[in-house]
Structures are given as structure tokens and as C-alpha cells.
Write a protein that binds this ligand. Sequence first.
Ligand code: KIV
Length: 277
Amino acid sequence: MPDKSGESRRITVSDIAARKGAKPLVCLTAYTTPMAQRLDPHVDLLLVGDSLAMVIYGMKTTVGVTLATMINHGAAVMRGAKRACVVIDLPYGSYEASPATALFSATRVMRETGAHGVKLEGGVDMAATIRLLVEHDIPVLAHVGLLPQKVRDKSGFRIQGRDDAGWKRVLADAQAVADAGAFAMVVEGTVEPLAREISETVAIPTIGIGASPACDGQILVTDDLLGVFADFTPTFVKRYAELGDEIEKAATAYAEDVRSRRFPGPEHCFKLEKSKT
Ligand code: KIV
């Protein structure tokens, strides 16, 4: 069945790569089957982001999440996504030690989830790793700019490229991951002119988060956009709903109903069949 944009087949990593400079790529995070089912008709790419460490598991940063957890959530999202391209984050500690370590982890992710690619953070330092994964037919979504896996607490979430050295570093990272064969890259938390220069320079799509409309697409953490994750709302997030408030309203109404014995009502009860009475 065609989705809301008229697409009826699975969106591949090649389709994503081909969108450079074309219609903006629409990307969101998903961690569960029901959320993947809801988002799937509306997006090009679903990312099972390691942001789930903070959003689902209440951790202070993303570094606490394990490969096994990412695989479980990745498989759940794959069960719900029929059309979007699904990419799973390689978590902190599962790929940095060596290209061979990354290949081992990425192979597990691909084999145990059936996802279409993996994402990893880093630039020049990850070029050899990206090259090895791509040589082994594992599509890689790169991630440059602000790298949450390198952040040890909230104060570390700093916008990149405000000084000359930072600008040059992120630009070199973007070029390195593109040259290494990534099919697209997330550009996180950079000043707008840097995101623009990266997008104009590299041959693969840039997917921005806090990186301006100059990118070839956008991604947000779905729980931020829905107003469910309320610990903090970064400047770059636009809230499209306040589901956190709705959840509280529903819980309050349920509690009142239970306490006053309005719930369950007769319509929620199982009756004995007449023949048994
Ligand atoms: O983990 C994540 O959700 C991400 C996105 C914010 C890009 O990396």
C-alpha cells in the first residue's frame, strides 16, 4: 500500500544517498514496534538511536547503553517498520577499539535485527572503520559535529564550529567520512554556516539535528518532538505535541476513576454466559 508520500516499496540506503540536494530527507528516532508502526508511513529513515539510553532508560548520557540493548530495540523497530530505511546506532564501547571490533559489532546488529545500516560517531578517526564496514557490505550512516558519546555530562552538549579550529575539525571529519564511503551523515549541533559549507562540499546527504535547514534532511528525537521527554528541551527542538501532559491527564483520570470505583464499569466486566447460570 502506498504511504502518505506515494512510496510503496522499502526505502533503501541507495535511495537515501540519491537524495543529495533533492527533496529533504525526513528522519526520526524510534525504539519500539508500535512507535515504528506509527512513524513508518511518514518518514524516510528511522534511527534506533542510542539516545534511548536517556529517553527510555533515564541515563544521564548515552554511554551506558549496551550492544545487546540496541539489538533488542533494533529488532523491535524492524518488526514495525515496513517501508522506512532503518539504521541502528553502534553504542559506545562497541566499535572504537579497532575496525575489526566495529565489524564484529556491526555484523551482529545486521544479522540479529535485519536493519539496513548502522550509525557510528566520529570523523577522521573513524574513516578506516567506515571503509572496512562498507567493504563488508554494511552501510554506514556517519555522525559528525557534536558527538553525544564523547559527552560525559549535560554541560558537554556544546555547539561545534564556533571557533576556527573547531570549524576546520568538523569540516575535515565530514570530508573523511564521505570519502570513506558512508551513505549519508548526521551533522549534529553545529553553527549554521558550517552546516551549509559541509552540505555544499560533501557528495553525500547531510541530515541535520541542531545544524540548520542548510542540510539535506532533518532528524529529531521523537520523544522530544512529542513532548514526552521533559528533562530538557534543546533549542533546536520544535515540539509538535505535548504528549507528556496528555499522559499525566490520562493517569490522573484513571486514578480518580479507580479510587471512586467508576472504573471498571459494567462494560469492562466479563459476564457469565446464560447457559452457565
Ligand atoms: O541517538 C540518537 O538519537 C541520535 C540522533 C540524535 C541523531 O544520534
